[in-house]
Write a protein that binds this ligand. Structure first.
Ligand code: SAM
Length: 195
């Protein structure tokens, strides 16, 4: 059985267009089978896009676990001068994000986690993280990416309450991060993480 986070998707393609309308930007993007949230904008992602404060206008802004790219696309539309990086282990997800970036006319660099240069420093991370890869893998992934934050860097993570948002909050705090719950809506917590 294949999961949305597997790197190679064997399932036949079935493109479906999703419309996103936020208070400041609107766009449509393609989703596909084998990529997270086929045919719809995930409710947690919607909470992040609606509730996170405006991203900085410049710097390196990362969509960690980009899927079809709705977070990266929103970052690109809100901060057209910034360098947007969309990362995913799933090949089809990265391809879809690249296609969607051309469709929406924003500049997005897609990368597999193994392709990320060691020297990359990040000003902002927005993520609907892959909880289903398991706690250890999730924690390892977050540790690597949070360590890439600049001194003033920030991360916004949206996590479903019943999938362990509060235990992730505790884990981050125990590992020395300053964490604040900025929103709790529709069963999702939006966590703000800083050094
Ligand atoms: C919950 S989905 C969110 C997708 C998309 N951002 C959205 O909001 O629709 C999490 C994504 O993380 C990806 N992922 C899994 N493990 C990863 C890792 N180690 N590094 C980066 N992305 C990963 C999955 O393939 C999946 O696309």
């Amino acid at each position: 059985m294949s999961h949305y986070f597997d790197s190679n998707q064997a399932s036949a393609s079935d493109r479906r267009t999703v419309e996103v309308m936020l208070h400041d930007v609107a766009f449509s993007y393609e989703t596909d089978r084998g990529v997270f949230s086929h045919g719809e904008l995930d409710s947690g992602t919607a909470v992040l896009l609606q509730e996170a404060p405006p991203p900085p206008s410049h710097g390196v802004l990362v969509d960690l676990g980009c899927g079809a790219g709705p977070i990266a696309l929103t970052l690109g539309l809100r901060s057209p001068e910034a360098h947007i990086v969309a990362v995913d282990t799933n090949d089809r997800a990265r391809q879809l994000t690249a296609t969607n970036a051309r469709r929406v006319n924003v500049d997005i660099t897609t990368m597999h986690p193994d392709e990320v240069p060691d020297a990359l420093r990040v000003d902002l991370i927005w993520s609907n993280p892959p909880i289903r890869i398991g706690k250890t893998a999730l924690h390892d992934m977050l540790q690597v990416w949070l360590d890439r934050l600049t001194e003033q860097g920030e991360a916004y993570l949206v996590v479903q309450r019943h999938l362990g948002a509060d235990s992730l909050h505790d884990w981050l705090t125990q590992h020395g991060w300053n964490v604040a719950r900025v929103s709790s809506r529709k069963g999702f917590r939006l966590l703000h993480v800083q050094r």
